[in-house]
Design a protein around this ligand. Structure first.
Ligand code: ADP
Ligand code: MG
Length: 674
């Protein structure tokens, strides 16, 4: 039988149907019925708190209501901040689609290392960290008429700092109106940034939260009005395990197949703690599906986590092919930040990756800890959005009662150097006196000030140093990484350091599969440097660049080159997604570094020089191997980049150094007393 392609008219019909479906979906959201009232409230209140259940339509709809309601006239922009990159990107794409427009026109997103906005953009989704950076260049955030701080209940460190800053900006803009001149700064006796002559309309501020407790936000904003949006939630059956699960990855795998084989139709959402877990579970599912066809093969896995390339993130939102069941493997991004349609079953191992900080040592680490009750409830709620659902908690019911009610705000458990540096660059000098919604401990603030002085970003009297402090504040990186780039330009190895910083900005460069451990190990050996992981990372990056160079020389097209790189990655057990991400980051930081006028140079094979440079940058993270009475007389000394805590502390990404270099290259910290 001949096959026919859809004719133009039928394509048109399909398109019209799609548009109609979107219109219907939008209309059916709980927020749709209160559009007029919300716009009115925003008009009447300069600060408004909106609380509404996840999935009620806050993030995707409110900005469109405000736009249609005329709240961004005179070329002004409605800015919406998200704690997570993935949410900023996927939501912006969805809203652009709802507006029947391409991304980057009326609707755009801007996240670190990826900006899709144009002059035409009026609804701009971005990360909270990015808006903080924008304030460095435009202290009054004058291009925005409205700023929506979304997901405020998450209380990320950037959200908390942003709320403090926005409170000031709002105040300054109100004052600008009165006398045409404004002051931004915390107290009179410290640096004050003057923004003379800029006239700005008042800033409308909207705080959105999925948690019912709006009081803390309302109190912070002088009793600001809060409105609640009714959600719509179907019943969710909660199931617990009878026994404690020793391996939640394995338990998740088993549960996925149990649901797939025994339960009715509906997609599955499983919460894991990060890219590494998600990718390894993805592989395990495929492995098992191969072993048990045909039922098991009717499963379609889509991962979603922050460093996944954005076109792949969108796959999680697409319906699974007919006859298959979609399994979404997500980090806590899918708790409240994004809503994936079609989910009926949720698997919650009850764990989350979080930052933890020891203010005495100044060390931050990543730990995997039990979720809070609030998080567990949000997770189970995801199963009941479109109909009754089921949530499989992979722990015992008695364990649920032991969970903390809600998570401690991140500002109380992270290294503050980054935040302090940014506040300093914004002209806010009195950090301890800053109006934080929740004050970090004095010890933590003092520790970060001390670290910034040691890194040379601040002078001894706590002022931003010139030029190092200013340069460091401009780079969108952790202060230690910024410092490493500045130092490396002096050591003449900026090329290598740029690679290191890019590679350290992504998760899991290497991967291995259970049945090919030996092969993976052998592949890794090809890149491995006995001197340390940083050099290994440089070798991998260069190996990939060589592969691309080869196909470029063969005049290959972009697509073919990417294919070749993908193959090369597979052969070498390198994570292609991570490598691509690292190359993106590299391109972006290179741009910043060039703008700053740092001189690009390579140290060639002089790895001693490079290790000295690493020492000079990461001296705050030096560790000595504890003498254990073995034959070795000289203690081993390393610098490292990451501290991970599981049942034990361990350090990741380390390079061997000579301990004498510490005193020589970082005398401000290591000088021995005479
Ligand atoms: P809230 O912010 O209140 O949690 P959202 O505005 O994020 O709610 O989501 C509203 C609705 O839009 C949800 O029902 C969700 O299914 C739908 N939605 C959001 N993003 C997408 C997307 N990328 N594709 C399809 N539907 C989406
Ligand atoms: Mg939302």
């Amino acid at each position: 039988m001949p096959s026919f392609s859809a004719g133009a008219s039928s394509q048109k019909q399909q398109f019209a149907r799609g548009r109609q479906l979107i219109r219907q979906q939008r209309k059916s959201l709980p927020i749709a019925s209160v559009e007029k009232r919300l716009v009115e409230e925003v008009r009447n209140n300069d600060t408004l708190i909106i609380v509404g259940e996840t999935g009620s339509g806050k993030t995707t709809q409110l900005p469109q209501f405000l736009y249609d309601g005329g709240l961004c006239q005179d070329g002004k922009v409605i800015g919406i901040t998200q704690p997570r990159r993935v949410a900023a990107v996927t939501v912006a794409k969805r809203v652009a689609e709802e507006c029947n427009d391409h991304i980057g026109k009326k609707v755009g997103y801007s996240i670190r290392f990826d900006d899709s906005t144009s002059n035409a953009t009026r609804i701009k989704y971005m990360t909270d960290g990015l808006l903080l950076r924008e304030a460095l260049l435009d202290p009054l955030l004058s291009k925005y008429s409205v700023i929506v701080v979304d997901e405020a209940h998450e209380r990320t460190v950037h959200t908390d700092v942003l709320l403090g800053l926005l409170k000031k900006v709002q105040h300054s803009r109100a004052n600008t109106n009165k006398n045409g001149k404004t002051l931004l700064g915390h107290s009179q006796n410290v640096t004050i940034k003057e923004c003379q002559g800029i006239r700005c309309a008042p800033l409308k501020l909207i705080i959105m939260s999925a948690s019912l407790d709006a009081k803390c936000f309302s109190d912070y904003f002088g009793g600001a009005k809060a409105v609640h949006i009714q959600g719509r939630q179907y019943p969710v059956d909660i199931l617990y395990t009878y026994q404690p699960e020793s391996d939640y990855m394995d338990a998740t795998l088993v549960t996925i197949f149990q649901i797939h084989l025994e339960e009715g139709p509906g997609d599955i959402l499983a919460f894991l703690t990060g890219q590494e877990e998600i990718e390894s579970l993805e592989r395990l599912i495929h492995e098992r599906a191969r072993l048990f066809p045909p039922e098991s093969s009717k499963i379609c896995v889509t991962p979603i986590y922050s460093s996944l390339p954005s076109e792949q993130q969108m796959n999680a939102f697409k319906p699974a092919p007919a006859g298959t069941r979609k399994v979404v493997l997500a980090t806590n991004i899918a708790e409240t930040s994004v809503t994936i349609p079609g989910i009926k079953y949720v698997i919650d191992p009850g764990m989350v990756k979080a930052r933890a900080y020891n203010p005495v040592t100044g060390m931050e680490s990543l730990i995997i800890i039990p979720v809070s009750k609030a998080q567990a409830l949000q997770r189970s709620g995801r199963a009941g959005r479109e109909g009754p659902g089921k949530c499989f908690r992979l722990f015992q019911e008695s364990e649920f009662d032991k969970l903390v009610d809600s998570t401690v705000p991140e500002i109380k458990r992270c290294n503050l150097s980054n935040v302090v540096l940014q506040l300093k660059a914004l002209g806010i000098d009195d950090i301890i006196g800053f109006d934080f919604m929740e004050k970090p401990s004095r010890t933590a603030i003092l520790k970060s000030l001390e670290q910034l002085i040691l890194l040379g970003a601040l002078t001894d009297d706590y002022k931003l140093s010139d030029p190092v402090g200013h340069q460091m504040a401009r780079l969108p990186l952790d202060p230690m990484y910024s410092k490493s780039l500045i130092v490396s330009s002096k050591f003449k190895c900026l090329e290598e350091m740029l690679i290191v910083v890019s590679m350290l900005s992504v998760e899991s460069i290497f991967f291995s599969v259970r049945e090919k451990l030996e092969e993976a190990r052998a592949a890794r050996k090809r890149f491995e440097s006995s001197e340390g992981d940083h050099i290994t990372l440089v070798n991998v990056y260069r190996g990939a660049a060589e592969c691309l160079e080869k196909s470029r020389n063969a005049n290959a097209k972009e697509k073919t080159m990417e294919k070749a790189l993908n193959r090369w990655c597979r052969e070498n057990f390198i994570n292609y997604r991570s490598l691509r991400h690292a190359r993106d980051v590299h391109r972006q930081i290179q741009g910043h570094v060039q703008q700053m006028g740092l001189s690009m140079s390579s140290c060639g094979d002089d790895m001693v020089l490079f290790r000295r440079c690493l020492t000079s940058a990461f001296f705050l993270n030096a560790a000595m191997r504890q003498p254990d009475g073995s034959y070795r007389t000289k203690v081993d000394c390393v610098i490292f980049n990451e501290l991970v805590r599981t049942t034990q502390n361990y350090i990741k990404n380390l390079t061997r150094i000579d301990p004498l270099w510490l005193a020589e290259l970082a005398p401000q910290y290591y000088a021995t007393e005479e």
